[in-house]
Design a protein around this ligand. Structure first.
Ligand code: SF4
Ligand code: SF4
Length: 205
């Protein structure tokens, strides 16, 4: 798996959930399918008058979520910015040619009056597959984004008692002098953190 494949999978999903925060700090989420994909970028269309556009222009932070039929969750954490003015028409036409239904929604030249295309060229991508055993997760980036590590890790004070492993739903803790979590198979459920008798399990990030 890699960032490019994640974007391809999102393209197959088609309709994605886009989450922003409004001026009152409340979460706002909507489905978007007017999206064009490049190997390392995503372009999406909305209307300038929509609250979604206002929220993106005011803040720019957005999370994009897709879920495949194979139980794969793919989430982008990104900052969306308007595509350069000189490219707006090109991207609008590209998105409308790939999504013919849009011409019913914005016929003729109304698309250019109403529409704006945002681009995501820097993003952190979380891939989380619940359809395999053990579960699998990995993080990738596009552009200049960096990975924010989440979940748990085992610190130096581990006494190798094995309690965490016995309570781990995915059995993804490696025994040894110093137990270690196999991060790519960890659910982030927190059981190990709860049961460790010496508080050797630490939160990451
Ligand atoms: S429960 Fe705590 S001390 Fe015991 S093996 Fe796990 S991390 Fe180490
Ligand atoms: S967070 Fe859950 S899945 Fe991950 S190592 Fe701890 S108990 Fe296992």
């Amino acid at each position: 798996m890699d960032a490019k494949t994640c974007l391809q999978k999102l393209q197959y999903v088609g309709v994605l959930a886009f989450a922003t925060v409004d001026e009152y700090g409340a979460p706002q989420i909507r489905n978007i399918s007017a999206i064009h994909y490049e190997p390392q970028a995503m372009y999406f269309f909305t209307a300038k008058g929509k609250a979604f556009c206002k929220e993106l222009l005011a803040d720019g932070r957005v999370q994009v979520l897709g879920y495949t039929k194979y139980k794969e969750m793919i989430r982008l954490s990104a900052r969306a910015i308007p595509a350069p003015e000189s490219d707006q028409k090109k991207w609008i036409d590209t998105i409308f040619s790939e999504q013919p239904y849009l011409s019913n929604v914005y016929p003729g030249d109304t698309r250019n009056l109403a529409g704006i295309v945002f681009q995501i060229t820097d993003a952190e991508i979380e891939y989380f597959n619940l359809g395999v055993n053990p579960i699998f997760r990995e993080n990738y980036t596009i552009g200049s984004s960096h990975i924010t590590f989440k979940g748990y890790q085992i610190g130096e004070s581990c006494i190798s008692c094995g309690t965490c492993l016995n309570n781990c739903p995915q059995r993804c803790i490696e025994p040894g002098n110093h137990y270690q979590i196999k991060q790519e198979h960890c659910l982030h459920c927190g059981n190990c953190f709860e049961v460790c008798p010496v508080k050797a399990v630490e939160k990451r990030g």
